[in-house]
Design a protein around this ligand. Structure first.
Ligand SMILES: [Zn+2]
Length: 248
């Protein structure tokens, strides 16, 4: 009998784990757009292929006006966003924030989520941070995973891409980091050379989780080229675990 109870507890623990949700009952909105340099359509291709494999229903949109429609957004459990820069109208921002506050998750990578809508500070308040610089542009660095349910079994890896320097909210839960080297670089492609010795050894979040009302937010800062996720499987595993974690 005791053995049965133990087994039941184990089963219950497993059932409520984030990785064992009934994914085929979930519905995801993939929103793409903004700066083409981040290849949002390629990102959408990878995400939609993964959703299909997981038997998760999804809708693809590149019309930000959908964000103004709270009733439409309410059909979804998660928004995966890849919209770099661009801009939200007041009603679009309000609709999106209301949706996340009501329990719909939002997740994404790189500029598609953490360098979107630079003028919309309430959006940034919801995400928990904003890109401000990638010193030296494409550079080599190590992604370090911190202890978390989403990073179980993943191994630190070296990557060559943009290393995002973020302004972030102390309220985020950091689950992966990288360290800056403070080498001189030229900000914004000018002939001015900056020697940012003060960022030498600065540890910066690469992935985080946070809450916004009833909604969950998952952000990962690598992914300048969506192919990075194919070259670094542990990065893709973390991103897709983030999708599942953030689902309502
Ligand atoms: Zn980029």
């Amino acid at each position: 009998m005791k053995k049965n109870i133990n087994f039941f507890i184990l089963f219950l623990t497993f059932s409520i784990s984030v990785f064992s949700q009934n994914l085929n009952e979930k519905k995801v909105l993939i929103m793409w757009g903004g700066w083409e340099g981040h290849k949002p359509e390629l990102f959408v291709k990878y995400v939609s292929a993964w959703l299909e494999k997981k038997d998760i229903e999804y809708v693809i949109s590149n019309d930000l006006e959908d964000y103004a429609n709270f009733k439409f957004l309410s059909e979804f459990d998660l928004i995966v966003q890849s919209v770099t820069m661009s801009e939200l109208s007041k009603t679009q921002e309000a609709g999106l924030l209301k949706a996340i506050n009501s329990g719909i998750g939002i997740a994404g990578a790189h500029g598609g989520i953490a360098d979107s809508f630079r003028k919309q500070t309430n959006y940034q308040f919801m995400i928990g941070g904003q890109w401000v610089e990638h010193p030296g542009k494409i550079t080599k660095f190590t992604v370090n995973f911190l202890d978390d349910e989403l990073t179980q079994g993943l191994e630190d890896f070296e990557i060559e891409t943009e290393q995002y320097y973020m302004h972030y909210d102390p309220n985020i839960e950091i689950i992966a980091t990288s360290k800056f080297n403070g080498k001189p670089f030229s900000p914004n492609n000018t002939d001015f050379i900056l020697d940012p010795t003060w960022i030498d050894d600065i540890v910066m979040p690469v992935a985080w989780k946070k809450r916004y009302g009833l909604g969950r937010v998952f952000n990962m800062s690598i992914g300048h080229d969506p192919d990075e996720f194919m070259k670094h499987p542990d990065a893709w595993i973390l991103l897709t675990r983030g999708f599942i974690w953030a689902m309502r």
